[in-house]
Design a protein around this ligand. Structure first.
Ligand code: FAQ
Length: 311
């Protein structure tokens, strides 16, 4: 039932060739990429909000500089990703408008609040840790511009993960109150971090087709398992406890058995009913409206220059 063009396309994918912007591609491939890269870009941008919340309250000048740099990196990641999406024939303005109209998603994780400084540690350690686990394989994704954007993003994300772990280390080795704060942050961010990988494979709508197209390299459950296996020893080293009484090493599979997150909570967050959904969208709408004069000014300038050139 595949057309000859679709067969030839699938052969290129199967041979491990990269697809580039001007190459022929099935409409579904293009749409899936716009959805995933756009959602990824929106996540980077919205992801600045929970961390930006702590810039003015960072405990030392050094921590403040590091956090500022990290949040700026996220803005940069958003820009590379919007640029990658634009090669598919959609503009950054269109993507933003779809986000603001509630027609596109961003990662569920950014709908949880950062209540204490330890949360900034937990976000770096767990959220960036999960992001890297997902993004390292995406460096080999079949669409060239997306794969290349991932290379630089992954380098920066690993710095982010280390800075988060460094905060957790300081807190965990501090006073009893500080250690308790670190444990509380882990308790609140553990399950939302597991949700970042998406629903279980049996409920994942897009995985099969996305994997056939090599847009996705691993299933959601594979990456979630790898994340748990990597993170448990890191928690032990901190002297903190993963909030899962059923977490146990499974010798046979060579990985941990662990409890699934509450998937009904996940779907509620996707529907807009998470603790911070409304606040995040308000912040993005406000930023978009406040920036209108800059966009208009740039357009007016570009038109004047074009007119001057034409004269
Ligand atoms: N949140 O069929 P699947 C970062 C949706 S890292 C919200 O399995 P798929 C760095 C999914 O879109 C975070 N929605 O979907 C940072 C679909 O709905 P749709 C960003 C989710 O696409 C750190 C439906 O559920 N990273 O920002 C989520 O095959 C710290 C069914 O799911 C990426 O975006 C979720 N967690 O697999 C920044 C990575 N999970 O679209 C600042 C690239 C699923 O049909 C601070 N993306 N959904 O309406 C991916 O790898 C994939 O898109 C998955 C989902 C794995 C997220």
């Amino acid at each position: 039932e595949m057309t000859p063009e679709e067969c030839a396309f699938q052969d290129r994918i199967d041979r491990g060739e990269r697809i580039e912007p001007k190459d022929w591609m099935p409409e579904g491939y293009r749409k899936t990429l716009i959805r995933q890269i756009g959602q990824h870009a929106h996540s980077e941008v919205v992801g600045q909000l929970p961390e930006g919340n702590w810039i003015t309250r960072a405990p030392t000048l050094e921590r403040k500089q590091i956090l500022l740099a990290k949040v700026q990196d996220e803005a940069g990641h958003g820009l590379y990703l919007y640029s990658a999406a634009e090669t598919l024939g959609v503009s950054r303005d269109e993507l933003t408008e779809m986000l603001l109209a509630g027609k596109m998603k961003y990662s569920s994780i950014f709908n949880y609040p950062t209540l204490t400084w330890a949360d900034i540690g937990a976000v770096g350690w767990l959220v960036d840790g999960a992001a890297i686990m997902n993004q390292v394989p995406l460096q080999r994704t079949s669409y060239g511009p997306y794969a290349r954007a991932m290379v630089r993003i992954c380098k920066e994300e690993s710095f982010h993960q280390r800075q988060g772990y460094s905060i957790m280390m300081t807190m965990a080795r501090g006073t009893a109150d500080q250690k308790a704060m670190a444990q509380d942050a882990l308790n609140r961010f553990w399950y939302p971090s597991l949700m970042m990988f998406g629903p279980s494979d049996k409920d994942s709508v897009h995985s099969a087709q996305s994997m056939a197209w090599k847009i996705k390299i691993n299933t959601n459950d594979e990456l979630r398992q790898k994340f748990v296996d990597q993170t448990v020893p890191q928690a032990r080293f901190l002297g903190l406890e993963i909030p899962d009484p059923d977490l146990v090493w499974n010798e046979e599979k060579g990985g941990y058995d662990f409890s699934q997150p509450d998937w009904s909570e996940f779907y509620e967050v996707l529907k807009g009913n998470g603790p911070c959904n409304a606040e995040r969208m308000e912040a993005r709408i406000e930023a978009w409206e406040d920036g209108a004069w800059v966009r208009e000014g740039l357009m007016a300038h570009a038109e004047k220059r074009a007119a001057a050139h034409a004269a």
